[in-house]
Design a protein around this ligand. Structure first.
Ligand code: PA5
Length: 473
């Protein structure tokens, strides 16, 4: 296992700064790195066997050419009719589309003129703050808006409330008959209330493959449809993801997903580093950190092992953005608790660059900038920060993609999803469930008066009466 992967085609992983050679006692000693062989070989065998049994269908998402063609067709028709596409979804039903849209369309896509944009604007409404949702609806013309409701369960309170509001908004403005043409429903192919509504009203719909959970679903209709509608090259995106998916067959030491999983697992379990900061150095990749946050946290933060015993597994993902967060979080990474691993995400060649003018050269504090570019500065800041952390005994690693292309993003997304399920095997937890989010939902149902959840309202109210002492107002 070398400190740097030689196959730099779509993703390079440089983990020199995770080694004891670079960061001393906080880093991984050569024998600890070598000890990854057994668990990673076992984890890869486990994943391959489950994949063969059809248990991890997200690995096959990039192979579904028919779905990609359907989404492309839908997009080609949609762009003639719609100016705006609004995704109603939350968590895994929203973050992937948002991440890839931000990465692969111009950062000002939604502000470009119709002619320059060429494709509808895309809005991902993943919160229920009435102020935000009201403001969004106020900017849209229902006549030329496609509402893409995305919910695998068809039961998520946030998405379903948005759906009811958007349905009413369309009906009041355009009449009941016009609704069907402006609604696209992405949900389970057979189950859930949304599927029932699709069937009852004969709405256009796309299926979410049953075995693919929300946070692993961006390369299904969940992400592909809105992304294609916004003009993303989903064919190239899937081609990149396919390359990564095929690498699940590679041996551990040459397997990027396995190495990422193994390194972070070691940092957590042998070095007490319970947090992983992902800090991309490109505005276009900022939302990738949001998407990764959900993937890593919801998949690996688990209280029960697969053998039923209790645990407190996982590594908390924290999002950051370079260079911005050098001026907010870096101080904590450098001198705060020794509980984090920092994962930089850099881009070899950014799509745009800006030369810094060589003016005010008489000022030494400015003259070194003149004639360089913003890309030079960003790159030097990433390198300088990584080095500074290492010199201060703070372990870090750097992922680098050659450019922000659909292939590279597809490859990165698929690799991180694979790293997540491999990590699940290492921690011996189920990365595909999220039991910890259920109890809060039940209290919410109780508080909202949903039938069958009266007990939770009672429990909540009992808690309230004994909790009055410690409130300041
Ligand atoms: O990753 C997950 O499974 C979750 O984050 C879900 O995507 C999220 O809760 C939304 O669920 P649904 O698609 O059923 O509305």
């Amino acid at each position: 296992m070398a400190g740097e992967n030689k196959d730099a085609s779509l993703l390079r992983i440089d983990y020199n700064n995770l080694t004891s050679e670079a960061v001393g006692a906080a880093g991984l000693a050569p024998e600890t790195l070598a000890s990854l062989k057994e668990p990673l070989t076992g984890a890869l065998k486990n994943i391959q066997a489950r994949h063969q049994k059809g248990e991890l269908p997200f690995l096959d998402s990039p192979l579904d050419q028919e779905l990609a063609q359907n989404c492309k067709k839908l997009a080609n028709q949609g762009r003639k009719i719609f100016q705006d596409v609004v995704v109603l979804g939350i968590g895994g039903s929203a973050l992937g589309a948002s991440a890839i849209f931000t990465a692969l369309r111009p950062l000002n896509h939604n502000r470009l003129s119709d002619r320059k944009r060429g494709w509808p604007r895309l809005w991902v409404a993943d919160n229920i703050d009435p102020e935000g949702f009201t403001a969004l609806l106020a900017t849209l013309d229902p006549e030329t808006t496609l509402v893409n409701v995305i919910s695998k369960s068809g039961a998520t309170a946030e998405t379903m409330s948005q759906f009811l509001i958007a349905h009413d908004w369309l009906r009041k403005r355009l009449g009941a008959k016009a609704i069907a043409e402006r609604l696209l429903v992405t949900t389970d192919p057979a189950n859930g209330v949304l599927r029932k509504i699709v069937n009852d009203l004969n709405l256009t719909s796309l299926p979410i493959p049953p075995g693919v959970g929300g946070r692993f679903s961006v390369l299904t209709a969940v992400g592909l449809a809105p992304l294609a509608l916004a003009g993303v090259n989903i064919k190239a995106l899937l081609a990149g993801a396919r390359l990564a998916a095929a690498e699940i067959q590679r041996p551990w030491s040459d397997n990027k997903a396995a190495i990422l999983a193994g390194l972070n697992w070691l940092m957590t379990t042998t070095k007490g580093r319970g947090s992983l900061v992902l800090t991309p150095y490109a505005d276009a990749l900022a939302r990738v950190a949001d998407w990764f946050n959900q993937l890593w946290n919801e998949s690996l933060g688990k209280g029960t092992k697969l053998d039923g015993s209790s645990t407190m597994a996982g590594q908390t993902a924290i999002k950051a953005l370079g260079a911005t967060d050098q001026h907010s979080q870096l101080q904590m990474w450098m001198e705060g608790p020794q509980d984090k691993t920092i994962m930089f995400l850099g881009v070899e060649k950014l799509r745009a660059n800006l030369k810094i003018p060589a003016i005010f050269q008489e000022h030494e504090a400015l003259s070194y900038l003149g004639g360089k570019t913003l890309a030079d500065l960003l790159d030097c800041e990433l390198k300088g920060t990584a080095r500074a952390l290492a010199e201060n005994g703070r372990p870090n690693l750097t992922l680098t993609i050659p450019t922000i292309s659909p292939q590279a993003i597809g490859y990165l997304i698929q690799t991180l999803e694979m790293a997540t399920v491999i990590s699940g095997v290492l921690y011996n937890v189920d990365p595909l469930d999220q039991p910890g989010v259920e109890l809060g939902k039940k209290f919410t149902y109780g508080l909202m008066g949903r039938a069958g959840f009266e007990d939770f309202l009672d429990r909540y109210n009992q808690g309230l009466s004994s909790n009055t002492k410690f409130i300041l107002s």
